[in-house]
Design a protein around this ligand. Structure first.
Ligand code: PLP
Ligand code: SF4
Length: 383
C-alpha cells in the first residue's frame, strides 16, 4: 500500500503486523492487503479452520449445531490473530462458536433493546429525541459470537434493500429533529464505496442533519477495507465520525493502526465502543492496555457496554460489578481520555444508562462528602 505515515512512525513501530499462518505464507502481499481477497477467503467451515489452528471437540460440535442459525465467518486477517492452541484466546472466543451459545436463559430476549418496537419504518430505530440508528446492510466481515443483532446479522433475507434505504432517507428528511444519524448494520462498510457515498451524499443534502457516524468493525476485522480512496471519499462529507468496536489489545495491530491513521488523517474523529465480555476484557489491566493502545491509534474510548440480554450470549455476560471495577481502576489512575462511559443499554428500550462507582459518600443540602480515586474523603460545601 502506498500509504506513508511520516510523523508517527516511532509509535507505529510498536504495533506488530499480524502474523501469517502457514497456509497463507505464500499469498502475495497485494492479495493479503486486498479487502476483496480477504472477503473471498473468509473461513466459513471447520475444515478450513482446522488448517489454521487446533480445533477442539467443543468447537466442532458447537459449529455443527449453530451454523445454520448464525454463520461462522472469519477473515484470514482476523483468523491470523488467533492462538493455535488456546481455545480461550480472546480472538477465538469472539469468532469461533462455543457450545454455550445453545444455552438460552429464561431472562434472554430476542430483541432485548426493543430496536424493532422503536422502528417507525423498517431500517430506522428512533428512540432518542434527536438521533436515529439507520440500518444499511446485515453483512459483516466477521460474525462476532457476542453480537446483539444475531437475529438479523448474517441472514441474507433481511438485508436492507434499496426500497428500505429510500424509506429510511425519506423518514430522516421528514423528521427535522434528527440532527445525528448513526449509519449501522450489520457493518455499513459491507456496502460498496458507491452505495456508501450515495447514502452520505443524500444525508448531507438534508439541512437538519448536522453530523453522522459510521458504526463499523472493519477497522478491527478487515482493516484492508480502509483504502486511500475510501478515506478520501469521507473528506467530502464532513463532519463524519467513525464508531468502532475494539475489545482486546491483541486487535491493535500494525494493520489496524494504519487503517485508523487513514481515517484520522482524512479528518474523522474515531470513537471506540467496547463490549464487556467475560474471559476477554473483564479485567481492568486488559482494558487499560487496550485504551492506551487506542489513544496511540488516535481512537478515543467512548463506551463500555454491559453485555446485553440477547439469546445465546450468556456465557459472555459479567456481573455489573466487573464494569464498575474497571472504571474504578481507570479514573484517576490514567488519562481521562482513556476512560469511557460504562453503560447498560436498558432492556426494553430504555436507552443507555451510565453506571459509575459511588464517589458521593453523603449529600445533604449544600454539603457533599466525596471520595477520590485513592478513597480519600473530601468535603465540598456549596457557598
Ligand atoms: C446507541 C444508540 C444511539 C446513539 O447513542 P449515543 O449515546 O448518542 O452514542 C442512538 N440510537 C439508538 C437506538 C441507540 O441504541
Ligand atoms: S460487526 Fe457488529 S453487527 Fe457485525 S457481527 Fe460483529 S457485533 Fe454484530
Amino acid at each position: 500500500m502506498a500509504f506513508n505515515i511520516v510523523t508517527i512512525n516511532k509509535i507505529r513501530e510498536r504495533f506488530e503486523p499480524a502474523p501469517r499462518p502457514e497456509i497463507w505464507k505464500d499469498v502475495a502481499e497485494k492479495d493479503w492487503n486486498s479487502w476483496i481477497w480477504q472477503q473471498q477467503k473468509r473461513v466459513k467451515s471447520m475444515d478450513q479452520l482446522e488448517n489454521i489452528l487446533n480445533v477442539t471437540a467443543d468447537e466442532r460440535e458447537a459449529f455443527a449445531k449453530t451454523h445454520e442459525q448464525f454463520n461462522m465467518g472469519i477473515t484470514p486477517y482476523y483468523a491470523s490473530l488467533m492462538d493455535k492452541d488456546d481455545p480461550n484466546c480472546p480472538i477465538r472466543l469472539q469468532s469461533v462458536p462455543k457450545k454455550e451459545e445453545l444455552t438460552i436463559l429464561e431472562a434472554d430476549m430476542e430483541d432485548p433493546l426493543a430496536e424493532e418496537r422503536d422502528m417507525p419504518v423498517p431500517g430506522i430505530t428512533h428512540r432518542y429525541p434527536d438521533r436515529v440508528l439507520f440500518y444499511t446492510t446485515h453483512n459483516c466481515p466477521v460474525y462476532c459470537r457476542h453480537c446483539t443483532r444475531k437475529r438479523k446479522v448474517a441472514d441474507p433475507s433481511s438485508s436492507a434493500a434499496n426500497k428500505q434505504l429510500e424509506d429510511g432517507l425519506a423518514y430522516i428528511e421528514k423528521h427535522k429533529e434528527v440532527r445525528d444519524v448513526v449509519i449501522s448494520g450489520g457493518d455499513p462498510l459491507s456496502n460498496s464505496d458507491d452505495r456508501l457515498e450515495y447514502i452520505m451524499a443524500r444525508l448531507r443534502a438534508i439541512d437538519h442533519v448536522e453530523v453522522f457516524r459510521l458504526g463499523t468493525r472493519n477497522l478491527v476485522t478487515l482493516p484492508q477495507r480502509i483504502t486511500d480512496s475510501f478515506a478520501n471519499m469521507l473528506r467530502k462529507y464532513h463532519p463524519v465520525f467513525v464508531h468502532t468496536h475494539f475489545n482486546h489489545p491483541k486487535e491493535c495491530t500494525r494493520e489496524a493502526f494504519d487503517a485508523c491513521a487513514r481515517i484520522a488523517d482524512a479528518g474523522c474523529v474515531i470513537n471506540n465502543q467496547m463490549v464487556l465480555l467475560k474471559g476477554i476484557n473483564d479485567d481492568p489491566k486488559v482494558v487499560k492496555e487496550l485504551n492506551h493502545k487506542l489513544l496511540m491509534m488516535r481512537v478515543r474510548p467512548y463506551y463500555i457496554f454491559q453485555c446485553d440480554m440477547s439469546q445465546g450470549i450468556s456465557h459472555f455476560r459479567t456481573p455489573v460489578e466487573a464494569g464498575i471495577n474497571i472504571i474504578e481502576n481507570l479514573r484517576g489512575w490514567t488519562s481521562g481520555m482513556a476512560i469511557p462511559h460504562y453503560v447498560i443499554d436498558a432492556p426494553g428500550g430504555g436507552g443507555k444508562i451510565p453506571i459509575l462507582p459511588e464517589y458521593v459518600l453523603k449529600h445533604e443540602g449544600k454539603s457533599w462528602t466525596l471520595r477520590n480515586y485513592k478513597k480519600n474523603k473530601f468535603e465540598y460545601n456549596e457557598p
